[in-house]
Design a protein around this ligand. Structure first.
Ligand code: ADP
Length: 227
């Protein structure tokens, strides 16, 4: 599903943000990526979503070789990858329904199909009945689940969750993690970054540790002692 072969990304003369990173993620895997701030985690995600281009090395995602991408391939690539962030990035002047529907509208999906699809994803993230609320009327955990609903409404093959629980208390954090696990069970590959040791230790998933732009460990079932 995801293949990086000796990928280096250098932004400027201060040295590479990622250096000769090789990583292989199978379809339907759930991978936790840990590492201190500045390690290169977000850079890795930006390379996958093609917000950034590698300085060298090969990236293949879902059979698409990034060296051979044209501008017209980018929407298709972005459709394969959903992303959620620590700060939700919801539109606060739109209802929950409108936030999720918007992702379909901009993709040109017909109104009837949108009406049919949005309640299904709301149900999946456990927010059925909240569609007419505005983001600021919801808890942080609920808002993050709206962001997840929006990220998966077009059924991406991969979901990137970049520190999705960073702003949440433990109860809400777990509600979010459970939704990620559910999405993974339904067949989506999940990449999660977190600084929360409890989450890493409880999930018992593959853990990739990045430090100073290098993968320093890659464990099938990780136990995280902090970095
Ligand atoms: P993490 O997500 O693990 O905190 P990042 O990928 O954001 O790490 O950052 C890795 C390194 O790359 C850091 O040294 C950071 O300062 C640098 N960096 C990230 N983005 C940029 C950018 N757009 N321009 C220049 N340097 C950047």
């Amino acid at each position: 599903m995801i293949l990086l072969d000796r990928v280096t990304k250098t932004y400027n003369r201060r040295g590479p943000a990622l250096e000769r990173i090789s990583l292989h993620v199978e379809p339907k895997e759930f991978v936790i990526i840990v590492g201190p701030s500045g390690a290169g985690k977000s850079t890795l995600f930006k390379l996958l979503t093609r917000e950034e281009k590698p300085s060298s090395g090969k990236i293949i995602v879902g059979g698409m070789d990034y060296e051979r991408l044209n501008d017209k391939d980018i929407p298709l690539l972005r459709r394969k990858i959903g992303v959620v962030f620590q700060d939700f990035k919801l539109l606060n002047n739109k209802t929950i329904h409108e936030n999720v529907a918007f992702a379909l509208e901009i993709a040109g999906i017909p109104t009837q199909e949108i009406k049919h699809t949005v309640p299904k994803v709301m149900d999946l993230v456990g927010l059925l009945g909240k569609e007419n609320h505005y983001p600021l009327e919801l808890s942080g955990g609920e808002r993050q689940r709206v962001a997840i609903a929006r990220a998966i409404v077009r059924q991406p093959k991969i979901l990137i969750a970049d520190e999705p629980t960073g702003n949440l208390d433990p109860k809400h954090a777990w509600d979010v993690i459970k939704v990620l696990e559910k999405i993974n069970r339904f067949g989506t590959t999940v990449l999660l970054t977190t600084h929360n040791q409890d989450i890493v230790n409880t999930l018992k998933r593959r853990v990739v540790t990045i430090k100073d732009g290098h993968i320093v460990s890659d464990r099938a079932v990780g136990h995280y002692k902090g970095v």
